[in-house]
Design a protein around this ligand. Structure first.
Ligand code: PRX
Length: 650
């Protein structure tokens, strides 16, 4: 990877304000640096201390059992995630505090105290038991962003069932694949969710999916109407006669808490397995470090629970800290472009955690929109999911944070479970566009292909050089793939015990700050959603008119990237390409979900390939980004393929 000239570097530095630092958990660079030094010299002692901050029914003997590439953290310990989110607050004032503030797009609102949330979780946990769910069963949750979705996750956790949340924007086909791959026995869903004024019929998708899901024995549906299938039970009815006391199951630290499917560079989504004790330890710790929680905070994370951010920093992290969490069901700019700012102003939100794509789109509608709302309650701003460009960072800082609120740019992944690289806001100076430094106890580096560390500002592969407690333990049902995707790039040698390969490119600057340069594999971030190009290609070629497909990303000012698909068609008489383009977009939406629809489809008679038959996506990427091709094309089999793909010749 190329070195980056110092001319391109960002020199603006923002120190935490005195006011923020004075009230912060870690309020100076000195205390941060000393904590980091101690933690990094002896990560096991550090994690041992952090694990002691969560509740355990009984403690562990072994901090880490590492047998490359498999880790077990605190393995003899017994704990429970729902207990750590709810029961630990018993006999404290938190129990009477608001846990959840929910608002839907149409203005419907609900709030639940910790006590009420606890009681609802117990009711559902008992209901699950009553239909035969036992520890270790997998339950797929397919819901909108509402309290019931969170209750469902915690009810599973309480009894040791493994939750598998599938984002409500995925199609019934994608849902079916995730139900089948995870061998789910039960689905928890709702009749419909609301988005941009439209009712999205989730139950209909579930009913469609389960026609081909032999393992599913029951469906619990919130607001079910006209139930026809004997599989379906209404949420309210099944909860009616349940007891609201349900002892939390004592679970081994390594008991799986959840599966979460994410895209990789091959066609099939991977079910990452996250376990209990280590995950909770990492998420509790990172939440404390990065969000510096205060008892009066109103914390607003705009992520959906269908993604890892929703798991770690809407549900588990904030609840373990007794936070008041604001959640919103719907689109943040609907029914008007200032909806998000209206929510912040009306609830007095103090922390906002959102994605750069959202920030760029808010920026695009003009400052006069946020300026209509009082945003003075905000004290801390966060971003996640994709690199943030300095312009959007500055806008977030000045227009939303009024140059007062620190920005925490947090780098992490579904696989890492929790935040890995981010500034500790009371201590670490920030620069627009960098996630700054790994949290104390997290060891990260930028590595060359040969395994050596890169020089300052030299681009390379972002790796994690020592296990951490929140790490995914495996890919469900495919341990080999887990090893080959994450742990084979830099296998153990005399210097280290194996390094985790993130799939991201990065560089470290003169202050040791990490600048994430995007994916180095065929995974693309579109609007902060992670998509595998291979997944979309396989959806395209499943259409009867398509022979071959190659999908690449084109940088986009708002969405970060958009997808451009190149396809070759199986010749059919009188084919109308614009009709086919629409049909293909709909086809991808059906196979995966609307979020995966390509922005543009380009038809060609052949795709550029190497002599060994591999599609040269690099060339296609260059073509869509710059409209021209440079560099080495000597391995191309057929130059004429390229000529046809140039936009002016389409
Ligand atoms: O490429 C990185 C990007 O998002 C990827 C992980 O996606 P996912 O598993 O869906 O998790 C997203 C939410 C944690 C990473 O490999 N990414 C995530 N955060 C950042 C980022 N890129 C740059 N800066 C970030 N702060």
């Amino acid at each position: 990877m190329e070195s980056i000239s110092s001319l391109l570097q960002e020199h603006r530095i923002f120190n935490p304000s005195k006011e923020f630092s004075q009230n912060a958990n870690i309020g100076s660079m000195e205390s941060y640096a000393s904590m980091r030094q101690i933690a990094n010299l002896d990560p096991l002692t550090h994690w041992n201390e952090q694990a002691n901050k969560i509740h355990w029914f009984s403690k562990w003997e072994t901090i880490l059992d590492w047998k490359y590439p498999h880790a077990q953290w605190f393995k003899e310990g017994y704990t429970n995630a729902a207990f750590n989110c709810l029961d630990i607050h018993k006999n404290t004032p938190t129990m009477q505090k608001t846990a959840l503030l929910w608002e839907r797009e149409d203005g419907l609102r609900q709030s639940l105290t910790y006590e009420e949330l606890h009681s609802k979780v117990c009711l559902l946990a008992n209901a699950l038991k009553s239909i035969g769910i036992v520890k270790g069963n997998v339950i797929t949750i397919y819901m909108g962003m509402n309290p019931e979705a969170i209750i469902a996750m915690l009810a599973c956790a309480r009894i040791g069932a493994v939750h598998n949340v599938v984002f409500g924007g995925f199609s019934s086909d994608a849902l079916r694949d995730r139900i089948n791959d995870s061998s789910s026995v039960c689905i928890i869903t709702q009749n419909a969710t609301l988005r941009r004024g439209a009712s999205i019929p989730l139950l209909t998708s579930v009913e469609q999916a389960v026609k081909e899901c032999p393992t599913v024995q029951s469906i619990i549906c919130k607001d079910a109407i006209n139930i026809e299938s004997p599989l379906i039970q209404d949420w309210d009815t099944i909860l009616l006669n349940q007891n609201d006391i349900c002892e939390a199951e004592h679970l081994e630290s390594e008991h799986p808490l959840f599966f979460l499917y994410t895209s990789g560079s091959t066609g099939k989504p991977k079910g990452l397995v996250h376990t209990t004790g280590g995950y909770l330890t990492h998420v509790r710790y990172s939440f404390e470090m990065v969000f510096d929680p205060k008892p009066n905070d109103i914390y607003f994370c705009s992520a959906d629970i269908g993604w890892i951010t929703g798991h770690s920093y809407v549900v588990y992290g904030p609840l373990m800290h007794g936070m008041t969490i604001l959640i919103y069901e719907g689109a943040l700019n609907h029914p008007h472009p200032g909806r998000i700012w209206e929510l912040i102003a009306s609830y007095g939100a103090t922390i906002l955690y959102t994605a750069p794509t959202a920030i760029r789109s808010f920026m695009g509608v003009g400052n006069h929109i946020p300026e209509q709302y009082a945003l003075d309650s905000l004290r801390l701003l966060g971003t996640v999911g994709e690199p943030i460009n300095p312009e959007a960072w500055m806008w977030y800082h000045e227009v939303i944070g009024k140059s007062r609120c620190p920005i925490v740019d947090t780098w992490w992944q579904t696989e890492t479970g929790g935040i890995m690289i981010a500034p500790v806001p009371g201590a670490v100076p920030t620069k627009p566009g960098t996630a700054t430094l790994p949290l104390p106890g997290i060891l990260a580096d930028v590595i060359k292909k040969n395994g050596e560390s890169c020089q300052e500002n030299e681009g390379g592969y972002l790796t994690i050089t020592y296990p951490w407690p929140g790490m995914a333990r495996t890919i469900f049902g495919d341990g080999e793939r887990y090893k080959s995707v994450y742990w084979s790039e830099f296998p153990p040698n005399e210097l280290h015990q194996g390094m985790y390969f993130t799939g991201d490119g990065a560089r470290k600057d003169e202050d040791g700050y990490f600048w994430i340069m995007g994916r180095v594999d065929d995974v693309v971030n579109v609007s902060g959603h992670r998509l595998g190009t291979a997944e979309i290609e396989s959806a395209l070629v499943s259409h009867p008119a398509i022979a071959e497909a190659a999908v690449v990303a084109r940088p986009d000012e708002i969405k970060g990237n958009v997808l451009i698909a190149f396809v070759t068609v199986i010749q059919q008489k009188d084919m109308d390409l614009s009709t086919l383009e629409n049909e293909l977009k709909q086809h991808v939406a059906k196979e995966i979900g609307a979020l995966a629809k390509p922005e543009e489809i380009r038809f060609t008679s052949s795709l550029p390939k190497t002599r060994s038959g591999k599609i040269m996506r690099r060339l296609l990427r260059e073509l869509v980004s710059h409209g021209t091709i440079s560099g080495d094309t000597t391995t191309l089999e057929d130059f004429s393929a390229l000529e046809q793909l140039r936009p002016d010749e389409e």
